[in-house]
Structure formats: C-alpha cells, structure tokens
Design a protein around this ligand. Sequence first.
Ligand code: SF4
Ligand code: SF4
Length: 225
Amino acid sequence: MIVAHRKNIQDLKSLLAQHKRILVLGCGTCVTVCLAGGEREVGMISSALRIAYKLDEQEHDILELTIERQCENEFMEQIIENVQNVDAVLSLACGAGVQAMAERFPNTPVYAGLDTKFIGILQEQGIWTEKCAACGKCVLGEYGAVCPITRCSKSLLNGPCGGARDGKCEVSPDTDCGWQLIYDRLKAIGQLDRILEPAPMHDWSKSHEGGCRKIVREDQRIVVK
Ligand code: SF4
Ligand code: SF4
C-alpha cells in the first residue's frame, strides 16, 4: 500500500487560512489502512482545525467527507455538489489522489493534508516500512523477493558494501542490512547461485528519473472517433 503521514495541524491551519469553507476529504483505501487519511482521521483533523481557528477567534466552516478512492473519477463524481459548496478542499489522499482531485475540480483549490511517504507494509503494530521504490523494472525474482533497491541503503545490486555489523546496516543500527536479508533468503530457498555472478546494470530509464511515467494498454483503451 501507499503509506502516508499526517501533516502538522499548525501548518495546515496556516495553509488554509484564506479559505472560510473547507472540505476535509478522506480516502477509503491505502491511507485509511495506514491510519493517516481515512474517516477517523478526517474527524480528528477537522476537530483539531476547528479548535485551532477558534482559539484565534477566526470563523471557518469545516466540512467532513470520505470517499472510497480520490484517484478515480467514478468516486469523485459523487461529491461534485459538496466541492462546489466550499472554498477549498483539504485532501487526505496520497499525492496521486490530491492531484486527481485538482484535475477533476480545476477551479477549486485542493491542498495536501498528508505527506506521502512510500510503498510499504505494516511491519508491526504502529510501524510501517518501505518495501518498493516503484523502480519500473522489478528484479525481486533475482534476489529472493528482497528488494535491493529499497532494502539496501545504497541500493546496491551487487552487494554487500562491507559496512554491515551484526546484520545491521552501517547507515543506521536500527536498519537491517538489505544484503544480509538477501543472502539469508536466497540461502533458505536454495538459490544462492543467483548472486554468484555480478548483476547487470539496472535499467533506470524505467524509473522516475526518466520523467513522469505512464502505462498505455491499447487493449483497454476506448478510442472515440
Ligand atoms: S525492484 Fe523495483 S519494482 Fe521491484 S520491489 Fe524493488 S523498487 Fe519495487
Ligand atoms: S550495510 Fe548492507 S544495507 Fe547498508 S549499505 Fe551496506 S550492503 Fe546496503
């Protein structure tokens, strides 16, 4: 899932100060699961904003709503009237959802209420960890399903670097050495031979460094003539 984290209330308060009627809009998928931007957080952030403005004796109407997904038109269509009745939207979606909302409602200011962090998982209660940097050319098959790009602090495809101590990365003793994980995993599944030869250069042209990416599926397109 996409993992995000709530922005500071004081920062949001300043960001939205010029708007009197504000819709705080949650998203029902990834950001709900990572406890950052779902219905519960819409309520928490809305209450915190009301209190913050009230303490400053400022009048603001804060409205609350959550839709299934902010990155899909089908769900955005359900809230056209709600958006038309406010001065601004504080979106608690990931960065994609915020931009989708801004594209769908070009005349309404849309602000990000979250910092979108990474693609990751709930590692344990209260701790989310990054697992994928969406490099565009997945090599998990060669590394025992441990991502060298994300899990090694230096993104080494031919590791380790030699700096690990007791299985921890030299960058931080709190971080597992990605290459220790790769080695242990390949050993466990009997595939250590996969790292006997140097890996070829990674195709970074498929990553974000090659510019804004898109996928075109001709079999899925509807071309109106
Ligand atoms: S190799 Fe690339 S696509 Fe695969 S998990 Fe790692 S960052 Fe993600
Ligand atoms: S110690 Fe391990 S995880 Fe850290 S940079 Fe070196 S190889 Fe990568």
